[in-house]
Design a protein around this ligand. Structure first.
Ligand SMILES: [Fe+2]
Length: 195
């Protein structure tokens, strides 16, 4: 819910005269410099849910590899899972900085069965591409309504997303090339090990 409590405060103007200035307070009670547009806010909440889902999904993939003794893949996905939680936190902190309360939605259960490693990496690649599309949507809404603060906030996140897509495309290329041969998969596994 969006509601703002307004209060007047005295400030000095350029002629050193005390004048009244309006300050908006958000639902969390924090002062707001520029309110967030309702549609943008709804889309940020949806994006936050996607980041939290990616966190849980990558954690479940970590478990899948850990159970199969592919510890390099496992460490890679555990690291990805932590990265997604950091992204979720970034969005939550940004909303708080903009005076909003952060509501957390229920998450769907993660996928835990896979036909092959290729199947699982393809799924991860698509998830990253969906996250990028969602960021692009946030970006274009912010631009349309001149919410420059949000565009500046999103810039480094979009850049990091392009890097994630590139990494997954690279792993997918190697896994496809390995075409399920155990020795090739083990080589990729040791390559992916995060020390
Ligand atoms: Fe992310």
């Amino acid at each position: 819910m969006l509601y703002y409590l307004d209060s007047f405060f005295f400030v000095m103007n350029e002629n050193n005269v005390k004048v009244k200035k309006l300050i908006n307070f958000g639902p969390s009670g924090r002062a707001i410099a520029q309110p967030i547009d309702k549609n943008l806010l709804d889309n940020i909440f949806e994006h936050l849910t996607m980041e939290r889902y990616a966190n849980v999904q990558y954690f479940s993939i970590y478990l899948w590899f850990q159970e199969r003794d592919l510890n390099g893949f496992a460490s890679y996905f555990l690291n990805e899972s932590k990265g997604e939680m950091e992204h979720a936190q970034k969005f939550a902190d940004y909303l708080i900085a903009r005076g909003q309360s952060v509501k957390l939605d229920e998450l769907p259960a993660p996928v835990q069965t896979w036909d092959s490693i290729e199947d699982l990496i393809s799924y991860s690649f698509n998830m990253e591409a969906d996250l990028t599309s969602s960021l692009q949507q946030l970006y274009s809404i912010s631009e349309r309504i001149s919410d420059t603060r949000t565009n500046v906030f999103l810039d480094p996140i979009v850049e990091a997303q392009t890097k994630s897509e590139d990494e997954f495309a690279n792993i997918l290329g190697k896994v496809k090339f390995a075409s399920n041969q155990p020795s090739a998969i083990l080589l990729i596994d040791s390559d992916l090990k995060i020390k």
